[in-house]
Design a protein around this ligand. Structure first.
Ligand code: NI
Length: 254
């Protein structure tokens, strides 16, 4: 069975066929999904999906690009959400210096604040980090995020950076980029990282793997990512599925 550790089925890209898309992913062998919040609204919608489908769990948190107008009331609301048994992580939270909006100090403030929330609630974090490796690492260390651990999702950095996050106890999230012809850097990271520290994810509806690159992504395509990981490591698809499934159960507790 396959564990989808990062999907956004609440996204409007699924408004016309959400039920069918979820059924398609189940039929493709995905046995468990973590639907990831990226805003206050999508955090609530992730919980709603987890209530509707027994295979779904939820992460609640606010993405760096969405954090500009956050308030302490929002933090209290997120904390209340975590009292729900279906909520297994805080995320996605982090830093995005590619879009670089809102300004970095605001992104850093809410990343650190949401790490505090994870520590208060004893939940792991799902980290979005783009062109911000050093600040991401520094904040994780400064805020003691190692205590709860988590996933560096859609990992886009070098093997050297992977080593730092692995040493800090984090998992490496591997998605569709690993199937891209120009995904050599991520292929090297997959080769380097022990299978016991890899998480499988699609980030659907974004980042569709080959042969569907450029189309709307859905968790149904996760087998393409798993096949690529198996090829890189020279092991069976079944072994990748089993080990990464157990990784996710270890982190999320279910
Ligand atoms: Ni995402």
């Amino acid at each position: 069975m396959i564990y989808e550790t990062h999907t956004h089925f609440d996204d409007k890209a699924f408004d016309d066929d959400r039920e069918d898309a979820i059924r398609g992913a189940l039929a493709a062998g995905v046995g468990r999904f973590v639907n990831i919040g990226a805003s206050m609204d999508s955090s609530r919608e992730s919980m709603e999906l987890a209530h509707k489908y027994p295979e779904f769990l939820a992460a609640v948190g606010v993405h760096p690009e969405e954090c500009k107008d956050l308030t302490e009331d929002d933090m209290a609301q997120l904390k209340e959400y975590t009292e729900d048994d279906n909520v297994v992580a805080i995320g996605e939270i982090g830093l995005d210096y590619y879009w670089d909006e809102p300004e970095r100090d605001i992104q850093k403030k809410w990343f650190a604040r949401q790490i505090n929330l994870a520590l208060e609630t004893n939940l792991p974090i799902i980290v979005h980090s783009r062109e911000a490796a050093k600040d991401t690492y520094d904040i994780i260390k400064a805020e003691n995020a190692e205590k709860v651990g988590g996933i560096i999702h859609c990992f886009s950095y070098s093997v050297e950076v992977a080593r730092q996050f692995l040493d800090a106890g984090f998992y490496i999230g591997v998605g569709g980029v690993v199937t891209f012809k120009n995904g050599r850097k991520l292929k090297e990271v997959v080769e380097y990282t022990p299978l016991e520290r890899i998480m499988t994810e699609t980030d659907s509806p974004y980042m569709a793997p080959v042969p569907n690159r450029g189309k709307r992504n859905t968790s149904e395509y996760l087998p393409y990512i798993i096949r690529e990981i198996a090829d890189i490591k020279g092991i069976s698809v079944q072994e990748v599925e089993e080990v990464t499934y157990n990784n996710a159960v270890r982190l999320f507790g279910k």
